[in-house]
Design a protein around this ligand. Structure first.
Ligand code: SF4
Ligand code: SF4
Length: 539
C-alpha cells in the first residue's frame, strides 16, 4: 500500500462523474446541489456563495474539487504549492488526527507541482461542464484561488513561476488541450454542453493568490513576496497571517479558559513571527501599492497553529492545530487587524469555520470563508451544503468592527467553544471486510478513497486514491483502520503486490483477490460477504 495518490486520468474521471451524475445526481458520493444564492463580488468576479474548501486535503485532487463543487462550494483555495514537491517532500503518515479539534503534519501538495497544475485544470474544465450541463449554477459563479509558498526565491523559481503563469492562463498547458479534446470526443455524453460552449471556457483559472507564510517563511521576505505578486504577477494578493499576531499571553489565556490547557506551545514561536506593529505598517504600504495597480490586497486569517506533539498523536515533533481552538485565535486576529484598518482591510477567513459561526463571520463582512476541519468530520463534503445554506444574502463591503466586537464577546461566553469530550470507541472484531455499518469512512475521506456500494450496503477501499492521511481511522466507532482493514480495490498487479491489504484487482479475464493468505480467482471461492462486491465490478 503506497501513501502516494495516483490521480485519475481525465477520460475515466469524466466518464465516472457523468455516469454518477446521470444515475444518482451525485459526484464521488456527494449529492449535487445548487447552493443558496449568496453572491459575493470578489477580486473582479462574483462567486455565487462565499463558502468553500480551504487549501488542504480537500483541494488536492481534481476529484476533491469537483465533489466540493457538487456540494455547493463556490470558492476553492487550491492546495499550496512550493518548490519542494512530489517524492522530494517527505510527509510522515498518518498526517491527520481529529479529536474534536484537528491536527495535521502536512502542508503543501504531495503531488509534483506539474501534477498539481494538471489536477486544477482538469477540475476547472469538469466543473465548467457540470455547472452548465446539470444547471448547478452559473459557470462563471465560482473562483479558484491559487496558494503558493514559502519564500521569495521559491516563488521566483522557474517551477513555481511556471505554475503561477499556468494558473493565470492554462491554454498553453498540454493537459488543457488534451482534456478539451476528450470532452469533444465525448460530446454524446451531453444534452446541453456543445462544442461552442467548450471552446468558450476561459483558460484563466486564477487571478488571485494566497501567500502562505508558515513553515519557515522568513518574516523579512513577506513584503517582497507580496510586492512580487502584485507588481510582477499582477495578481490580487492575500497574505496568510499567523494567529501568533494575538501574542503569547492572549493565546495562552484564551485557550486555557476553554479547556485547551493541554496544548503545548511556548513564547518562542511568537517572538520569531510577524509582530502586529510591523504587520500593520507592511499591510498599509502593500494595500497602497495594490490600489495604485488596480488590484486587491488583503489577508487570509489564519494559518494553522503549531503545537508540540506530546502523546504521539501524529509522527514528528510539531503538529498544526485547527478547528474550534483555532477559531478562538483567528477571530481575535481578525479584530486586531480590522481595528487597525477601520474595517477597510479585506479579510478572507479560514480558522475553524463551522455551522455555529459561519453566518456571524460573514455578516461581519469577513468573506469569503474556507474550511477544512469540518469537512474532515462526519458528513464530510456534505457539510459544505449546510454552510452554504447559512450564508447571509448580503455581506457588508468592509468589516463591521462593532459586529466583530460583539462576536468576540459572545464567543468568550459561549460553551460551544469549550473543549469537547472525545467520542467513545467501542472496539469490535471486524467481521465484514467491506464494512458499511456507519458510513463514516466513506464520508470523511477527503480523497473519496472509500467507495460505497449502496445497494449492497458495502464499501470498498480504493488504493489509488488514498494517501494514508489517517482521517478515516479517527472516525471509525469500532476502532478499525479503514484504509488498512477494508477490502481494497487495486488498479494493477504492482500496487496490489505493494500492499498488505486484503483486496482484489480486475484482470482481462476476471479478477484476482487476496483474502487472508489465499489468492482467489473464482467468485464461488470468495467468502459470501465479498462475492457480490466483486461481482459488481465485473459487471
Ligand atoms: S481512505 Fe482514509 S487514510 Fe485514505 S485518504 Fe481517505 S481518509 Fe485518508
Ligand atoms: S467507519 Fe468503521 S464501522 Fe463505519 S463503515 Fe467504516 S469501517 Fe465500518
Amino acid at each position: 500500500m503506497s501513501d502516494r495518490m495516483i490521480p485519475m486520468a481525465f477520460e475515466p474521471l469524466l466518464l465516472t462523474v457523468m455516469k454518477e451524475m446521470r444515475e444518482k445526481q451525485s459526484v464521488f458520493y456527494v449529492p449535487a446541489v445548487r447552493p443558496k444564492s449568496a453572491p459575493l463580488a470578489f477580486c473582479g468576479g462574483v462567486m455565487e456563495n462565499p463558502v468553500g474548501p480551504a487549501a488542504g486535503p480537500h483541494t488536492q485532487l481534481a476529484n476533491n474539487l469537483v465533489a466540493a463543487y457538487a456540494a455547493g462550494a463556490r470558492i476553492f483555495e487550491l492546495k499550496t504549492v512550493q518548490i519542494i514537491d512530489g517524492e522530494d517532500l517527505p510527509v510522515d503518515k498518518p498526517c491527520i488526527y481529529v479529536q474534536g479539534e484537528a491536527y495535521n503534519v502536512e502542508w503543501s501538495t504531495e503531488l509534483t507541482v506539474a501534477q498539481a497544475a494538471e489536477e486544477y485544470i482538469k477540475a476547472w474544465l469538469l466543473i465548467k461542464v457540470l455547472a452548465k450541463e446539470f444547471d448547478l449554477g452559473s459557470p462563471e459563479g465560482f473562483q479558484f484561488h491559487m496558494s503558493v509558498g514559502y519564500d521569495l526565491p521559491g516563488l521566483q523559481s522557474p517551477k513555481i513561476d511556471g505554475f503561477i503563469e499556468t494558473m493565470k492562463d492554462a491554454s498553453r498547458s498540454p493537459v488543457w488541450a488534451e482534456s478539451l479534446a476528450i470532452l469533444k470526443k465525448h460530446l454524446d455524453l451531453f444534452r446541453v454542453v456543445d462544442e461552442a460552449y467548450l471552446d468558450a471556457i476561459p483558460s484563466a483559472l486564477c487571478n488571485t493568490v494566497t501567500l502562505s507564510t508558515l513553515h519557515g517563511c522568513p518574516v523579512d521576505q513577506i513584503q517582497a513576496m507580496i510586492t512580487h505578486m502584485l507588481r510582477e504577477k499582477g495578481l490580487h494578493t492575500f497574505v496568510k497571517c499567523n494567529p501568533t499576531l494575538v501574542g503569547y499571553e492572549t493565546a495562552r489565556k484564551v485557550l486555557d479558559e476553554k479547556g485547551y490547557d493541554y496544548l503545548s506551545f511556548g513564547p518562542e514561536g511568537f517572538e520569531h513571527d510577524l509582530k502586529l506593529d510591523y504587520a500593520v505598517k507592511m499591510l498599509t504600504e502593500m494595500t497602497q501599492l495594490a490600489r495604485s495597480l488596480g488590484l486587491t490586497m488583503g489577508v487570509k486569517l489564519t494559518n494553522t497553529f503549531p503545537v508540540a506533539i506530546r502523546n504521539r498523536e501524529l509522527p514528528g515533533q510539531t503538529m498544526y492545530l485547527s478547528g474550534k481552538p483555532l477559531f478562538l485565535l483567528s477571530i481575535r486576529t481578525a479584530k486586531l487587524l480590522s481595528d487597525a484598518f477601520d474595517g477597510a482591510l479585506p479579510i478572507s477567513f479560514s480558522g475553524g469555520i463551522d455551522a455555529h459561526n459561519v453566518a456571524q463571520v460573514l455578516s461581519a463582512g469577513i468573506a469569503p470563508v474556507t474550511l477544512a476541519t469540518l469537512l474532515l468530520k462526519q458528513g464530510g463534503y456534505k457539510n459544505l451544503t449546510r454552510l452554504a445554506g447559512l450564508a447571509p444574502e448580503t455581506i457588508p463591503e468592509q468589516v463591521d468592527c462593532r459586529l466583530l466586537d460583539r462576536l468576540i464577546e459572545q464567543v468568550a461566553e459561549d460553551s460551544y467553544y469549550q473543549k469537547e469530550k472525545p467520542g467513545r470507541t467501542v472496539l469490535r472484531p471486524l467481521t465484514d471486510l467491506a464494512c458499511y455499518q456507519c458510513r463514516n469512512c466513506v464520508d470523511v475521506c477527503p480523497n473519496r478513497a472509500n467507495l460505497p456500494l449502496t445497494e449492497l450496503k458495502k464499501a470498498v477501499h480504493v488504493d489509488d486514491l488514498c494517501n494514508e492521511c489517517g482521517n478515516c481511522a479517527c472516525f471509525c466507532p469500532f476502532g478499525y483502520t479503514p484504509y488498512r482493514d477494508k477490502f481494497t480495490l487495486f488498479s494493477s498487479e504492482a500496487t496490489m503486490a505493494d500492499s498488505a491489504n486484503q483486496g482484489f484487482r480486475l484482470t482481462d479475464t476476471g479478477f484476482v483477490a487476496r483474502v487472508g493468505e489465499r489468492e482467489i480467482t473464482q467468485l464461488e471461492e470468495l467468502p459470501e460477504q465479498l462475492r457480490e462486491v466483486v461481482r459488481t465490478f465485473l459487471n
